[in-house]
Design a protein around this ligand. Structure first.
Ligand code: FAD
Length: 385
């Protein structure tokens, strides 16, 4: 049995490893020519880490992960602590520490685990067709690949999704732009083993540790969609937006490298429940595109991969039954995470300013238990709960 996986992001690669683990032949096709993901890092929450562990990457993932012992929220302009608490109750409850990781390193780990030299880079899928013989994908260079089934892990603007749903769908602008990158750890910005978030004025600025003494940082800035931006001008733009924020935020703006700072308009997609058409299945952002507000998009893609493996293990040799089982295991869970993220996004970014103000007031009273309960609610419910 041969699977064609299109897209070598964290979803496609996790799926490829998972299928290979159970003896299914896999070919991976990726349009870009090198490992250069958009985005500096992601927080892989405990459910995602459990998936990586399941794929045999426990020690590699731990080596890439930053250690987050505490979380804190600080007031935007003064830097005063609104709350600070330990992550240990969460780790105890779900049985796994989360790991923020540099995105390129996470991807490289997955590429190596699958077999870096076996990935067909520079192959952009332009169409797919199904016949009795299986699924045939055509690439922009005119070449083709045929498999018994195909996994479309081709991201948020998925062509496979158009095929499965019968046409394009519009994604929704979530109302803010995210600037992100990596800087050396600096205790004037945040403690080295803390996820620190400055909040106020419907915005947030965050740093969290990844390996090798670096912070993953991001700034969320509510603004209309389509505001022009020239790459390399992040420092000027952010100084303009956050110039009167706390000293730690200003230090971060001084320290960041504008050349490597990314700027992403945040979109998502209403959950949908048709992920499979005959022998073609969606996986990752192609199936469930979420805002990053609860840090679950990539984790959910990894959960998809583990569920796909279980479905084929439970239905050996029966592609139709396996893909149906995969779809039924995943759509509700993934859709729930999309909607949870949307809700969080609205509160964080002032969709209803009164609710956002009430959240700031809650943060001043918080001992950690409410926030950790919410995060645990996101983490549990996947294939490895
Ligand atoms: P992608 O990573 O987008 O990979 C898709 C791949 O398919 C790409 O390599 C692309 O080049 C390739 N491709 C596309 N079209 C074709 C084609 N036609 N032919 C061949 N190849 C093709 N998630 C978390 O879990 N935690 C976080 O903290 C987090 N933070 C985030 C912060 C931001 C700012 C953003 C935008 C997202 C964040 N996410 C986070 C979400 C996470 O990045 C995505 O959910 C994850 O990358 C999805 O993986 P994927 O493999 O499905 O898609």
């Amino acid at each position: 049995m041969k699977a064609i996986v299109v897209g070598a992001g964290m979803g496609g690669l996790s799926a490829a490893i998972a299928l290979k683990q159970i003896g299914i032949e896999v070919e991976v096709y990726e349009r870009v020519t090198e490992n250069k993901p958009v985005g500096a890092a992601i927080s892989v929450w405990s459910n995602g880490v459990k998936c990586l562990n399941h794929l045999g990457l426990e020690s590699e993932a731990a080596a890439l992960g930053g250690i987050v012992d505490t979380m804190s929220y600080l007031e935007a302009r003064t830097g005063e602590t609104m709350c600070r608490f330990s992550m240990q109750p969460l780790i105890d409850e779900v049985g796994q520490r989360p790991y923020p990781m540099a995105r390129a390193e996470l991807q490289l780990m997955l590429m190596n685990a699958y077999g870096f030299d076996d990935i067909a880079f520079g192959r952009k899928m332009v169409s797919l067709t199904e016949t009795e013989a299986g699924v045939t994908v055509t690439f922009s260079d005119g070449s083709t690949a045929t498999g018994d089934f195909m996994i479309g892990a081709d991201g948020a603007s998925s062509l496979t999704r158009e095929y499965v749903l019968g046409g394009p769908v519009d994604r929704r602008y979530a109302g803010y732009v995210n600037f992100n990158g990596l800087v050396e750890v600096d205790e004037e910005i945040g403690a080295a083993t803390e996820w620190t978030t400055y909040v106020g004025e419907n915005r947030r600025v965050s740093v969290m540790p990844v390996s090798e003494n670096r912070f993953y940082f991001f700034f969320d800035v509510p603004m209309p969609q389509g505001v022009p931006y020239e790459r390399g001008t992040a420092r000027e733009v952010l100084a303009d937006e956050f110039g009167d924020w706390a000293p730690g935020v200003r230090k971060l703006i001084d320290k960041l490298d504008p050349a490597t700072t990314n700027r992403v308009e945040i979109l998502d997609l209403d959950p949908f429940h048709t992920w499979v058409k005959r022998r073609v299945a969606l996986l990752g952002d192609a199936a469930h595109n979420t805002t990053p507000d609860i840090g679950q998009g990539g984790c959910s893609a990894m959960e998809d991969a583990v569920s796909l493996q279980s479905a084929f293990s439970d239905h050996p040799g029966d592609i139709d039954a396996a893909l149906a089982a995969y779809e039924s295991a995943r759509t509700a869970r993934a859709g729930d995470l999309v909607l949870r993220a949307r809700k969080r996004c609205d509160v964080t970014h002032g969709k209803d300013p009164e609710k956002t103000a009430a959240w700031y007031a809650e943060l001043r009273e918080e001992d950690g238990s409410n926030i950790l309960r919410g995060i645990v609610g996101n983490i549990i419910g996947g294939p490895l709960t």
